[in-house]
Design a protein around this ligand. Structure first.
Ligand SMILES: *Cc1c(COP(=O)(O)O)cnc(C)c1O
Length: 347
């Protein structure tokens, strides 16, 4: 890996972070007359902890890493944007990303005026390692990978990811938003081996907290420090920090049950979909959704919309002609979906 000073934008390297009132005194008790808050309407009158110390400690312990290897953001979208802003000079630098993949990398790149050099996955949705590394040039700061990948659903092979990480001098981001559905595949236990690795995870999927907005980035402390320096001081509000603490403490078993149920439902749903004459292929999934192929994706999509069942039409995405992405729902929701699809063939 290149030294961080060479990878970072010079203005970020020089930046002094905003120092909030709460940076100077970290005690929890006292007469707080330092932040121009209102003394009434507790607990919402107080600014949240900008360093999220309690929540970070809790999550780090749960994930088996150190607090200083962990960044917490307003969804994963926040660290995605911050990584662009910290490392990529607008109009000059670029990133490499796989195609197809999650659309937010492209949006965050475009907002920051960064070019994305897209590299097609292979036909079985795996990494073309040589092509990824060949797409790198002098201005490439970050390679974006996603495993399990969205919308394809499969994990990339870890040995391929590893070849990308060790073959590139800049940062490699591996978005593991769906990793809770693919236990044993995470690169997090190996974070220490790779100084240029950034792993993204989220509470939006398996943890059922999409509405709370809580995402994580894991990396070596020097990278985490940069993200923390440029984030909004109060990026996680009081309610999110409190509710996430509660859920982490009380719901761990329930989350494990949700995952088990959703994985069982995913198989059941795949079995049912397989019986439909117009479903040509169900791609193997390591996530909480299925990508299916059908001769007329738009018609199937519209037929479901007419019955207020909403899935995702991915048929215009690279390598995904005819593809629809279906989130695995509750048993009742999946039954409604199958019922509706059975009517489609009768038309
Ligand atoms: C859903 C998803 C996320 C989650 O984003 P949040 O901002 O944490 O809700 C991140 N990456 C991928 C690939 C996703 O599909």
């Amino acid at each position: 890996m290149k030294p961080l000073q060479q990878l970072l934008r010079p203005n970020i390297l020089a930046l002094k972070p905003y120092s909030s009132a709460r940076d100077e005194y970290t005690g929890e008790e006292g007469v707080f007359l330092d932040a121009n808050e209102n003394p009434y309407n507790a607990p919402y009158n107080r600014y949240p902890d900008p360093h999220q110390r309690r929540l970070k400690g809790r999550i780090a312990a749960f994930k088996g890493c150190e607090s200083d290897q962990l960044f917490l953001g307003n969804g994963s979208d926040e660290p995605i944007d911050l990584l662009f802003r910290a490392f990529c000079r607008p109009g000059t630098d670029n990133v490499v990303a796989i195609d197809p993949t999650y659309g937010m990398y492209q949006v965050a790149a475009a907002t920051n005026d960064i070019k994305v050099q897209q590299v097609l996955l292979t036909k079985d949705f795996q990494l073309d390692v040589e092509a990824v590394l060949a797409a790198v040039d002098k201005q490439t700061k970050i390679i974006w990978l996603c495993s399990p990948n969205n919308p394809t659903g499969n994990c990339l092979r870890n040995e391929d990811i590893e070849r990308v990480i060790t073959g590139f001098e800049g940062l490699v981001v591996v978005d593991e938003a769906y990793i809770d559905f693919a236990p044993g595949r995470s690169l997090l236990p190996r974070l220490q081996e790779f100084p240029n690795l950034v792993i993204l995870q989220t509470f939006s999927k398996a943890w059922g907290m999409a509405g709370l907005r809580l995402g994580m980035a894991f990396a070596q402390p020097a990278i985490i420090e940069v993200l923390s320096r440029i984030k909004y001081p109060y990026n996680l509000n009081v309610l999110t920090q409190q509710k996430a603490m509660d859920l982490l403490e009380q719901n761990q078993q329930e989350v494990a049950q949700w995952i088990e149920l959703l994985l069982a439902e995913r198989s059941a749903l795949a079995q049912e979909l397989k019986k439909l004459p117009f479903v040509n292929l169900i791609h193997p999934s390591d996530a909480n959704f299925l990508l299916i192929r059908t001769p007329d994706a738009k018609a199937v999509y519209q037929h479901l919309i007419d019955q207020k069942i909403i899935i995702r039409d991915r048929s215009s995405v690279s390598l995904c002609a005819g593809c629809l992405r279906i989130t695995v729902g509750s048993p009742e929701e999946n039954l409604s979906l199958i019922q509706a699809l059975k009517n489609f063939k009768n038309q």
